[in-house]
Write a protein that binds this ligand. Sequence first.
Ligand SMILES: [Zn+2]
Length: 198
Amino acid sequence: MAQGRRQPQRTCLGCREVKEQGSLIRFVRSPDGEILADLKGRLPGRGAYLCNRRDCIDAALRRKQFDRAFRQSCQPVTAEQLAGGVAGELLAYLVSLLGMARKSAKFVSGSNAVLDALTRKGSLAVVVLARDISPQIGEKVRRKAAMQKIVTTDLLDKAELGRILGRAERSVVGLPDGKLAEAFLKELLRYQDISGEC
Ligand SMILES: [Zn+2]
């Protein structure tokens, strides 16, 4: 394990387990009592921490742990709404990482280019397929990626992927190995955890 300063520890409001702060999601209470997910940890005020899991959010709401943590009552909200808010923020972050890939021209897009890149070992770290990619092409990309143990995910649709990358519709995008792909994979795992997708 890399040596580094130990991260501060926090207790999850749901399962009560003590974990590293960075692995938990921070929530704050807005002045009008709304519970907000604070993924970047930048919102002011007292923070409440939870695992990035729907059942921990559920447990915390059921036992009124947010009211206790913030020492004030909060607006009613369902676990589904809170989890949806977290998933939405994580998705926005994934989109911004794809936008960064565009700015630094660090991506491969289009089924031919991605399939071609997948024939070269180690050229890609993650492959994003549009949800509306044609099933045959999707299958082909997934099979080739699996052979190299490259993570694939279904996100957004062709029009959205194209817009993020500043092009016409894009059915598939690959990110080469590097810091950006690393950050993308980390957030993708969190997104899949909270949205129950894979
Ligand atoms: Zn928990």
